[in-house]
Design a protein. Structure first.
Length: 208
């Protein structure tokens, strides 16, 4: 499960720096949500350029002023700030529902290595199950806005359904969930086309 990445750790909420450090609190905040892991730093110019788009993306999906029913979405800031003061400043300004790893938590570096983060900013998208949907969603958020969330949600649903139907052999999973979406979307259409061809051939044989 995605929330289990932070099991045994504390997460910080905005401004008050309230700590979510029990399994119950972590589950309540993150369970059954698509989870974004934001790798960024306050002084990073590219991060500052991307953040307004990320905030708009978040607001369009979760703010009742924009949507009748807020989407099930969570975000954890994995800060790569140069000092604790910069980290505190980021927490002070970040949206209310975002959470953050405490400054200096070794888990930040572990997550960076685990998901192959090589530059900032980066946004890793995880399904509620913990499966990686997108290894770096920065281009999608920047270019597509909220529309990409619906692609992720559909991919997460298809992934869960796919593994319920049959277990894939090791190493055979698509490199990205985009591939899974294409397979599920177009495979039924190819079946119908083949069946129609057989029916047409049968009708031609009867006419002949």
């Amino acid at each position: 499960m995605a929330w289990a990445l932070f099991s045994g750790r504390a997460l910080l909420a905005r401004r008050s720096e309230r700590r979510l450090d029990t399994e119950r609190e972590l589950r309540a905040a993150l369970q059954n949500r698509l989870l974004l892991l934001l790798f960024a730093a306050r002084r990073c110019p590219r991060c500052r350029g991307f953040e307004p788009r990320l905030r708009r993306f978040w607001s369009r999906l979760t703010d009742p002023a924009h949507v009748e029913r807020p989407e099930q979405l969570g975000l954890v800031y994995v800060g790569r700030d140069g000092c604790e003061q910069e980290h505190r400043e980021y927490l002070r300004d970040m949206p209310r529902a975002w959470m953050a790893l405490p400054y200096g938590d070794e888990l930040g570096r572990e997550l960076e290595l685990r998901f192959g983060v090589s530059e900032l900013p980066a946004v890793v998208v995880l399904a509620p199950s913990g499966a990686v949907l997108v290894r770096d969603a920065v281009p999608e958020i920047r270019d597509l806005g909220p529309a990409c969330f619906h692609n992720w949600r559909q991919a997460a649903e298809l992934l869960d359904r796919n593994f319920q139907e049959r277990q894939e052999p090791a190493g055979s999973a698509p490199r990205s969930l985009t591939g899974l979406l294409r397979r599920r979307k177009y495979r039924p259409e190819r079946r119908r086309g083949h069946q129609e061809e057989e029916e047409e051939e049968e009708e031609e044989g009867q006419r002949g």
